[in-house]
Design a binder for this molecule. Structure first.
Ligand code: C2O
Ligand code: CU
Length: 463
């Protein structure tokens, strides 16, 4: 047993006074009833100018915070969040990666009505899985998420191993002009390709935030790619780290991080071993698309705790029902570009363009009367989705309410990971299996929001 690591408990992470959102390794503040206001705000996002028209979630408990609060809930325990809409447009909250009841899933028209200005909605659920998740609106999302509404949600489990510190990083960019003003969130030309990128890179609403962590300590780094477009290729310079969970789910055999690619919607949990020498600086780098950019830095402080990665016990697996692959029904899931152009009648912030399709059907915006489901699944039965990416672009494909297990890919050796967001490579064919264990209508879409909003969306119905 690692008694030594217990010494680090309580002191947790160390702030640098940069206004960073630091969370402790094991918090006492995991409230089970919160209120979140969706609000407009002004914030310093590029480090130089105050940006107007920011949209965020404000927790009544932290009225001065700008970044949406990092929520912490306990696995299996009832949790409620009252969303109060103080924006001047409708909104909702989707709890990305949480396998909860359909009516709590936050998709306007499919699972709940709009939450209009001045109205509220009570989200109530008990998170079934421990891990790193996040939340965001499902309504006019390119604008609402692009302007700030992406928050982290951490589900704790009493069985979680003890770390010397924990740092949660919400990775996202901003599309700002030279004076810090928001510029148009997308260009049709880019929406039809990889998506439109931000101009200012950030983590926890800062440019290259700096953190401190105990020398020789083991830090749990929880990363969320909450950007509307960017795919990250992450590596650490100056420290070893193990990949311990992907998309909230513990990896069966954790492995040493070299580079990890995560797309919009995905999460990565690392156990990072800080250097022994006080003052050493570790950098988290994004090496995509070309030159390495520093995302955040971590400085070793204090006398070395001399902890070793090998001492860290494994994360315990989340509950999971193995799909019955032999008897599973096969469902095609073909991602393609579509020739259909032009505006479609739609609601909830569709872009007015159609560039993409699932099974050749472009989703006509977040319609009040959605098209037929991609598939009708029988509760309790097993399915294999045969995903084929016929496009030359990467698509993070996200399913609400249930997780996929990766069976096999024609391009890479894939461990049997359980995930809610699969990053489909150009020309990749991959089999994703699941047991349809959650009744309701569940959206399935690309998490590059411009792709989602210009056709690459559908849903499955479980009855
Ligand atoms: Cu992260 Cu449909 O959502
Ligand atoms: Cu896509």
């Amino acid at each position: 047993r690692r008694n030594v690591l217990k010494a680090g408990l309580g002191i947790a992470a160390y702030g640098t006074g940069l206004g960073a959102a630091i969370v402790s390794s094991r918090t006492a503040n995991a409230a089970n009833e919160i209120e979140l206001e969706a609000v407009n705000a002004k914030a310093l996002l590029d480090g130089q100018h105050l940006t107007d028209g920011v949209m965020t979630y404000r927790s009544l408990g932290e009225p001065d915070a700008l970044m949406p609060p990092t929520l912490r809930v306990k696995r299996g325990e009832p949790f409620s969040a009252k969303l109060m809409n103080r924006l001047n447009e409708p909104t909702t909250i989707h709890w990305h990666g949480l396998r909860i009841e359909n009516r709590m899933d936050g998709v306007p028209f499919l699972t709940q009505p709009y939450v209009y200005t001045g109205d509220s909605f009570d989200y109530r659920f008990a998170a079934p899985d421990a891990g790193t998740f996040w939340y965001h609106p499902h309504c006019n999302t390119l604008t609402q998420m692009g302007r700030g509404m992406t928050g982290m949600l951490i589900v704790e489990d009493p069985k979680d191993p003890q770390f010397d510190a924990e740092i949660a990083l919400n990775l996202r960019d901003w599309r700002l002009g030279a004076k810090g003003e928001f510029i148009e969130q997308f260009k049709p030309r880019d929406a039809a390709r990889n998506g439109t990128f931000g101009t200012v890179r950030g983590a926890n609403w800062q440019v290259q935030p700096a953190y401190e962590a105990p020398s020789g300590g083991i830090v749990r780094l929880r990363l969320v790619a909450s950007d509307v477009t960017r795919i990250y290729q992450l590596r650490l310079d100056g420290a070893d780290a193990d990949v311990i969970a992907i998309d909230g789910q513990p990896v069966p055999n954790r492995f040493r991080l070299e580079t990890a690619v995560i797309g919009p919607g995905q999460r990565l949990d690392l156990a990072m071993r800080m250097p022994d020498v006080e003052g050493s600086v570790v950098s988290l780098l994004d090496t995509r698309p070309s030159t390495a950019k520093t995302v955040a830095t971590f400085q070793a402080i204090g006398q070395s705790l001399k902890h070793r990665l090998e001492e860290l016990p494994p994360l315990s697996a989340n509950p999971w029902q193995e799909p019955d692959l032999k008897n599973a029904e096969q469902i095609p899931l073909i991602l393609s570009a579509t020739a259909e152009g032009g505006a479609k009648e739609s609601f909830c912030g569709s872009l007015g363009y159609t560039f993409w399709a699932i099974n050749r059907v472009p989703w006509p915006g977040d319609s009040v009367d959605p098209t037929a489901p991609l598939a009708e699944l029988k509760l309790g039965k097993s399915y294999i989705f045969n995903l084929e990416n016929l496009t030359p672009h990467i698509h993070p494909i996200h399913l609400h309410g249930m997780n996929f297990q990766v069976v096999a890919s024609n391009m890479r050796q894939v461990p049997p990971l359980i995930t809610d967001t699969y990053l489909a490579m150009p020309d990749e064919k991959v089999q994703l299996s699941l047991v349809a264990d959650n009744p309701g209508d569940w959206v399935l879409h690309c998490h590059i929001i411009e792709h989602q909003k210009s056709g690459m969306t559908s849903y499955v119905r479980v009855t």
